[in-house]
Design a protein around this ligand. Structure first.
Ligand SMILES: Cc1cc2nc3c(=O)[nH]c(=O)nc-3n(C[C@H](O)[C@H](O)[C@H](O)COP(=O)(O)OP(=O)(O)OC[C@H]3O[C@@H](n4cnc5c(N)ncnc54)[C@H](O)[C@@H]3O)c2cc1C
Length: 255
């Protein structure tokens, strides 16, 4: 059972990232780290290989400092890493990102690809599905529980009202919800061991891709602050409060 797990390096994981004048997140020269949203998927990858054997490969795409995210995943327990760095990838949109990640993953042996439902910094929530399409494997989304079978995987798929049970043959791509696993912390031993683990650093040309193949088809042309929330209305009960609450909910189309 070989598992590939995606790891994204994001600026300022515990705060608000800074937006550059070109409306892209400032990703270099600022503090950054592994996207905490990826940790449940990394944990799931480790649990799968602990149960069924095999290796976890962490795959990332990002500027040179993104190596920190790869090393963190290795210190938690992943076996090897792949980082794609290339100046032509600055501003890559979701489609270009899926193109690059798919080319890198196809160089690996894998039964399962795990990803977060969405990234914490800039996200569309579409990357995993595009990636599954490029890899030619089924996409199982919003998984909150996993059960490995003989060449199959069964998941509980989180929905608004409960969950669906979905089964698929392997290989498959799965997006992992935040509460699916309890991520473990890197130990000192893990941090030391991570330094010796193999990491391949690739450029676009190593993947048989050129700058033209990853030209973004979307760009952000403007960013505005969200409008401030209006102050709420306090309804004092003069005997008509219930009717006024019902009228308010109807107007808001809640009921
Ligand atoms: C490793 C990885 C894992 C992801 N995992 C998920 C996921 O699990 N679920 C999901 O829905 N979406 C995921 N995404 C998609 C992502 O969050 C965005 O939707 C998509 O990458 C668009 O980028 P952005 O909004 O961050 O844009 P921007 O801020 O414009 O950044 C563009 C991208 O280019 C990369 N980049 C910048 N400079 C370089 C460079 N020199 N070399 C290489 N790359 C560079 C950035 O890291 C970023 O990914 C992942 C992306 C990556 C790269």
């Amino acid at each position: 059972m070989n598992v590939v797990v995606l790891a994204k390096y994001i600026p300022n994981p515990t705060g608000t990232p800074q937006l550059g004048e070109d409306f892209l997140l400032v990703r270099e020269g600022v503090e950054g780290g592994l996207d905490p949203g990826d940790e449940p998927a990394i944990e799931a990858a480790l649990e799968m290989t602990e149960q069924a054997g095999g290796e976890v490969t962490v795959v990332s795409m990002g500027p040179a400092p993104a190596m920190e995210a790869v090393r963190k995943a290795l210190s938690i327990g992943a076996h090897k890493g792949v980082l794609i760095t290339d100046d032509a990838l600055r501003g890559a949109d979701s489609l270009a990102t899926a193109t690059v990640l798919s080319a890198a993953i196809q160089l690996q042996e894998f039964d399962v690809v795990l990803a977060a439902v969405e990234s914490t910094d800039g996200y569309t929530g579409t990357l995993p599905q595009a990636l599954a399409e490029f890899l030619g494997v089924p996409a199982l989304t919003f998984a909150r529980k996993f059960e490995l079978g003989e060449g199959t995987i069964r998941i509980e798929r989180q929905t608004e009202g409960g969950y669906q049970v979905v089964e698929s043959p392997l290989p498959a791509l799965i997006t992992v919800t935040a509460g699916a696993t309890t991520p473990r912390y890197p130990t000192l031993k893990g941090i030391m061991a991570a330094k010796q683990k193999p990491v391949e650093q690739l450029a676009l040309s190593d993947l048989g891709l050129s700058a033209d193949d990853v030209k973004p088809t979307q760009s952000v042309s403007g960013v505005e602050d969200a409008p401030e929330r209006k102050a709420g209305e306090v309804i004092e009960d003069d005997g008509s409060a219930a009717d006024r609450v019902v009228a308010f909910l109807k107007e808001a189309k809640v009921i």
